[in-house]
Design a protein around this ligand. Structure first.
Ligand SMILES: Cc1cc2nc3c(=O)[nH]c(=O)nc-3n(C[C@H](O)[C@H](O)[C@H](O)COP(=O)(O)O)c2cc1C
Length: 352
């Protein structure tokens, strides 16, 4: 059980910090919260008091005579989430003009920040320099992600999900961070497109052809790529997997997947095709349920678009294409042949 100090500053992502505090409490840690004045315009301190089971240190209320020093020495780790451009700049400059900043200056434990802001603010050269400078001073940074922002633009600047922040903070506490930090940087800034799960090819409104793919492989790869810092887009069939990943597009048929795939293909640095795409689809999907009249029936199927082949034929030199070959026989031989035929860079051979 550790003492975790959570700093909250004035950004829209403040509401997510309530979940972060819950996450730490659920895992049995002690949590104290320090809020800036601006943060309290987004979420009231009462929420954090109820969740953390402790009084909240803020500019107009200090639970003890010298609360910033007491909080700083109490903490085993301090996480500021969201960290505004303002707080990042001020910490980097050594300013201490509020309770949170004074506490940060007095810390002797690791400091972690999770920046969150509008994309232009995040990419602003001074903000980036401040983040880099803090990193060089030993502050751990949980990078902002890409996604739809509160200002209705899409881009970098979204605060990492509370579960991701909690995991990273606890890893730092348990000294597993150095290893993670190396991993984190490996895929930083890369766009990775991953496909997962089965497809359904409808015969009539109630019947379809599918396969046994669970989607676990694609989802596991997507989660790992995300942890290593990549911007991940996952195109998924219908699966029974819960995921916190932001960019998941659900598709049903091979045709749907082809269309979704085309939207992201050019933008992807790495493409990993772990989905089990149907090779054939019924020639005509019946609009009404087929009735059971004849003793036997024939279903005419035609080939679906070969998405891996398309990717292999159209990929640029700077794109890496990974395919999967799930085989019941001659696994190595078939996988090697698929590697060549589809012009992939890597084929993962899966023994069914
Ligand atoms: C509606 C609204 C949303 C804001 N969202 C953010 C944000 O996500 N990130 C950020 O850096 N600043 C954001 N700001 C600006 C900060 O609130 C402002 O810089 C403030 O001075 C930060 O104070 P603090 O760092 O002491 O909490 C927002 C302002 C408003 C009015």
């Amino acid at each position: 059980m550790s003492n975790i100090l959570v700093g909250v500053t004035g950004g829209i992502a403040c509401y997510k910090t309530a979940y972060l505090v819950r996450e730490f409490i659920k895992k049995g840690h002690n949590v104290k919260v320090v809020m800036t004045k601006k943060a309290q315009q987004f979420v009231g301190h009462t929420t954090f008091e109820a969740l953390s089971l402790n009084e909240v240190l803020r500019d107009d209320y200090t639970p003890a005579p010298i609360s910033h020093i007491e909080h700083a020495s109490w903490a085993d780790i301090c996480i500021i989430a969201p960290a505004t451009a303002n707080i990042i700049g001020k910490i980097n400059a050594g300013i201490a003009d509020n309770e949170l900043l004074s506490t940060v200056l007095a810390l002797s434990c690791p400091l972690v920040i999770a920046p969150a802001m509008n994309t232009n603010m995040y990419n602003n050269i001074t903000v980036q320099e401040n983040i880099k400078s803090l990193k060089n001073k030993g502050v751990k940074i949980i990078n902002a992600e890409s996604g739809l922002l509160a200002c209705q633009t899409t881009g970098e600047g979204k605060m990492a999900e509370p579960s991701v922040i909690a995991e990273k903070v606890l890893n730092i506490l348990n000294n597993k961070d150095d290893e993670l930090q190396v991993e984190n940087d490996i895929l930083q800034g890369l766009n990775i497109l991953i496909t997962a799960g089965p497809r359904k090819e409808y015969i009539d409104p109630v019947r379809y052809i599918t396969n046994k793919s669970s989607g676990k492989m694609g989802y596991a790869l997507a989660e790992e790529a995300y942890k290593m810092g990549a911007n991940v887009t996952l195109i998924s069939g219908e699966v029974n997997i819960k995921s916190d990943l932001e960019n998941i597009e659900y598709v049903t048929s091979a045709e749907d997947m082809y269309n979704a795939f085309l939207n992201h293909f050019n933008n992807a640095d790495i493409i990993i095709m772990a989905a089990a795409v149907a090779d054939y689809t019924p020639n005509h999907k019946q609009e009404s349920k087929i009735k059971k009249n004849d003793e036997s029936m024939q279903l005419m199927l035609s080939k679906t678009k070969d998405i891996l082949l398309y990717a292999g034929q159209n990929k640029r030199l700077d794109q890496i294409l990974v395919g999967f070959a799930a085989e019941t026989d001659n696994m190595e031989e078939y996988a090697k042949s698929k590697l060549m035929k589809k012009n992939a860079d890597i084929i993962a051979a899966n023994d069914v």
